[in-house]
Design a protein around this ligand. Structure first.
Ligand code: BGC
Length: 493
């Protein structure tokens, strides 16, 4: 296992490019010369996100949220109860751990919290990349790998980190897949997403899976809070800013959670919490209503390990944007002379073009689009002229614009639902949406399209009150904070 203390790289959450070393050769050869322009024009038309379409998406998001709150299975949106009824206050104190599993890396973190005065005294983390075969292996194998990474990390505690004697180390476990929570520290995995296909976990309590693996490692730690990454981000951001009401993840996958009033959750049937509020994990990746989808989306979905599922995620998140672009370019190469007379064989390999590649191509401002040319050459093995490179950039922009604007419409849908219920408490004052994930963090055009859609939908006055703010790696600290507030030991916060 490789342990490294680097921060998560943009590319690290994406399927690895196993076809890089393929020899350069070509598939079909065409005799006719045809332009790619009609394919581009049709793509732009099919991916268009004019204001009425965005409005429909925002409204549908709001009404699907209501349906999911009314009954389990009431809509595409699961609207999962997080059992987090109170967010961090700033008073949290002590040493806590966080374990974060959600992509092709997992992270372990420890934090020493010092209460209102000292806040975060120290943090340390390590990131471990998960070998691909563990993502397709057995549950035991995956959890053993994670528990052994955690055990190694826990051994090196020292310096500013201090656990009072007689206490067990407590963990906030961020598990970024759809889980039906059964309490703050237990929950059943509904299904894997983001390309994971581990056998034997779906239908099981993931905390029990981790506890069993920790026992096998002889590791005496306790999970005090099981949280989704969106919930961890909300908690982490709220620790610094009381106006944070929504958190959104835009990385390999996507999700959103928000603060909901118990009275607005019919499926709760009278359950109470001291605050009258709770965090709802929407699992909005499963949303599908009214999306402008293309033949490339449908074909990608059919070829995925979860066809028909996570359609919003497949349209807007980092695992898929590069792949959609690749499918368009392949079609252009097959039906036109975009890359010369033949179809580059490497371009036919699924996921060979990744979202960080299309992002890098879009940052190329040179006259001859040289960086675009070298990425196309390195990734797809093709020589391109300036005309081909400009078309490629336009394809990237079309897919990224659609993704960013739809994400923005999703955010407005959530805010709109909250505003309708609270009459002015959301749009009438400063409201913060905490954002995290490599796609949001590293793709400037995506961020601009997202913000543009929010402003288009809300108008300038209201959107000035809605602050969309990056909360970097807040989910790890957030999970540790939730472990603190759910600690089994006496505390006064
Ligand atoms: C999962 C969510 C998660 C999101 C972002 C989705 O695939 O279903 O639970 O929050 O990815 O990591």
């Amino acid at each position: 296992m490789s342990l490294s203390a680097t921060s998560p790289a943009f590319g690290s959450f994406y399927p690895s490019r196993s076809h890089r070393a393929m020899p350069r050769f070509t598939m079909a050869v065409r005799s006719r010369e045809l332009t790619a322009t009609p394919i581009l024009t049709k793509l732009q038309k099919d991916c268009a996100t004019p204001l009425p379409l965005l409005r429909h998406v925002a409204d549908a998001m709001a009404s699907d949220m209501r349906a999911g709150l009314s009954a389990d299975g009431g809509s595409d949106l699961k609207m999962i109860l997080s059992y987090v009824d109170s967010l961090p206050s700033g008073n949290e104190k002590g040493l806590f751990y966080a374990l974060d599993l959600g992509g092709t890396n997992f992270r372990v973190l420890r934090v020493q919290l010092g209460g209102k005065e000292e806040r975060v005294i120290a943090t340390e983390f390590e990131q471990v990349s998960i070998p691909q075969d563990f993502m397709f292996g057995t549950s035991e194998k995956l959890f053993d790998f994670i528990a052994s990474g955690l055990a190694k990390f826990a051994q090196n505690e020292g310096g500013k980190f201090h656990l009072p004697s007689g206490r067990i180390r407590e963990i906030g476990f961020t598990f970024s897949f759809p889980v039906k929570q059964t309490s703050i520290d237990s929950g059943i995995l509904i299904k894997w997403t983001k390309g994971f296909a581990v056998s034997g976990t779906a239908g099981r309590d993931v905390v029990a899976c981790l506890n069993e693996a920790m026992e096998r490692q002889g590791l005496d730690m306790r999970v005090s809070a099981l949280v989704n990454d969106s919930v961890g981000t909300l908690a982490g951001a709220r620790y610094w800013d009381d106006d944070v009401m929504v958190a959104v993840i835009l990385g390999t996958g996507t999700n959103a959670c928000y603060v909901e009033r118990l009275a607005a959750i019919p499926k709760l049937q009278g359950q109470m919490s001291s605050t009258g509020e709770t965090i709802i994990n929407t699992e909005w990746g499963a949303f599908s209503n009214g999306l402008p989808l293309t033949v490339y989306d449908r074909e990608m979905d059919n070829a995925s390990i979860n066809p028909g599922e996570q359609i919003f995620e497949k349209t807007i998140s980092g695992m898929y944007l590069g792949e959609i672009v690749r499918r368009v370019l392949l079609k252009m190469a097959e039906d036109s002379d975009l890359f010369g007379a033949s179809v580059p064989a490497k371009l036919a390999a699924p996921h060979v073009l990744r979202t960080p590649d299309i992002c890098a191509m879009q940052q190329d401002n040179s006259d001859d689009l040289q960086a675009v040319g070298s990425i196309l050459y390195n990734v797809a093995g093709v020589e391109s002229n300036l005309r081909a490179r400009s078309i490629v950039v336009e394809v990237c922009d079309t897919i990224v614009q659609r993704g960013g604007r739809l994400a923005g419409a999703g955010i407005v849908g959530i805010l709109q639902k909250m505003e309708e219920d609270s009459k002015g408490l959301i749009f009438g004052k400063r409201t913060v949406v905490a954002m995290d994930g490599g796609l949001y963090e590293n793709y400037p055009q995506y961020r601009e399209y997202l913000q543009g859609a929010v402003t288009d939908l809300l108008g300038t006055d209201i959107s000035n009150n809605v602050i969309i703010e990056h909360s970097k790696d807040g989910s790890g600290i957030g999970a540790a904070l939730l472990a603190a507030s759910n600690s089994k030991y006496e505390h006064d916060y």
